[in-house]
Ligand binder design. Structure first.
Ligand code: TRP
Ligand code: SF4
Length: 339
């Protein structure tokens, strides 16, 4: 039986953190055997926010690729590719742009909240919001449909983008003919991972993330300042682990001792400093394999590049195929579909 196609993307804006790993990437690992899996490093999309800082995006592509390989993404099973190196995605974006109204883009809840964030951040009335930014859902629809993605593993915040993609596909197919596949979101079972400060979201820009590349000293500093139960003042005060971020992270990396941590915390027989030190130790053990592989790829950057080149080549073949079909039904294949 033919494997189903899944596609997902990640913006290269820095290294992977625990939020990516537990919220999404671990799920990807479990999908690599069963599906024809396209994993896009979305550098063009990252440029919508970072167009004036292209070198940061460039460097992040390599960091992100080697992070992904180091957590166990297997390039023999997954087409790991770079968005910008598939010009057909840009072509499709242009074609789809006629099928979307500006009003609909502005109504997209994800775009809307991101514009609101920008306004708050830059303190202006939205004058600096670019065409590329408002249009990124169109480009993301091209990311998905270029590979005929059937399932798209994403977090909840991305649902409006998948819905917008489905609308574009329906419109395209009804006008030009049945070429594109309407994708479905494939929601991650793990909810969004909270930050060390208790914020609902872990993020680099929020300053509350633990990165997989963090060394022991950095992790020590971060965990020591994590938010615990504020009622607990003295070492032997009983506390509520459910409102403590240290306990929250014990749940992720210290399953085997979880009951003990919980009971001792409630009984007041566990000090927070000791509890944090144990967590730091567990995180360090958890990262052991990752660190070894990451070091290997740091020593062999040419291997990372070769993997990306191969994955991009495989992905591009599929995108070329789809784009030919698209151009044919749109009456823009003048020279026999050879571009
Ligand atoms: N917008 C996604 C995010 O910020 C990343 C992304 C780019 C993506 N292209 C995609 C996700 C295609 C799913 C499908 O997380
Ligand atoms: Fe949190 Fe551990 Fe302190 Fe309990 S003992 S409040 S779980 S750090």
């Amino acid at each position: 039986m033919k494997k189903k196609t899944i596609l997902t993307g990640i913006r290269p804006t820095g290294n992977l953190h625990f939020g990516h790993l537990f919220g999404a990437a671990q799920n990807w690992l479990s999908l690599q055997d069963e599906y024809d899996f396209y994993l896009e490093i979305a550098d063009v999309q990252a440029l919508t926010d970072n167009f004036s800082n292209p070198q940061k995006v460039y460097d992040s592509v390599f960091e992100l690729a080697s992070d992904l390989l180091s957590i166990g993404i297997d390039p023999k099973k997954v087409h790991l590719f770079i968005q910008s190196q598939i010009p057909e995605i840009a072509e499709l974006t242009v074609f789809y742009s006629n099928l979307v109204t500006m009003a609909r883009l502005y109504r997209n809840p994800t775009v809307k909240s991101e514009i609101a964030q920008k306004k708050a951040l830059f303190g202006n009335d939205g004058e600096s919001v670019t065409y590329g930014f408002v249009g990124y859902p169109v480009s993301q629809a091209a990311d998905i449909t270029a590979f005929k993605g059937e399932l798209v593993p994403v977090g909840e915040d991305q649902l409006p983008l998948i819905e917008q993609c489905r609308e574009i596909v329906r419109k395209f197919n009804s006008i030009y003919g049945d070429v594109l596949i309407e994708p479905e979101a494939f929601l991650s079972k793990t909810p969004r991972i909270k930050g060390l400060d208790g914020n609902e979201k872990m993020g680099k820009s929020l300053g509350n993330a633990i990165f997989l590349v963090d060394d022991d000293e950095t992790i020590h500093k971060k965990v020591m300042s994590a938010v615990t139960d504020p009622q607990k003042i003295k070492k032997d005060d009983p506390a509520n682990p459910d409102i403590c971020m240290v306990y929250y992270y014990h749940k992720l990396v210290n399953q085997e001792n979880l009951n003990t941590v919980c009971q001792e915390c409630k009984a007041g027989s566990r000090g927070c400093v000791q509890c944090k030190k144990e967590l730091i130790q567990k995180m360090s053990e958890f990262l052991h394999d990752f660190r070894k592989k990451k070091q290997y790829y740091r020593d062999h950057p040419e291997e990372v590049l070769a993997i990306l080149e191969q994955g991009t080549k495989e992905a591009r073949e599929k995108a070329i195929e789809t784009t030919k079909e698209v151009k044919k039904v749109m009456y823009i294949d003048y020279f026999g579909g050879e571009n």
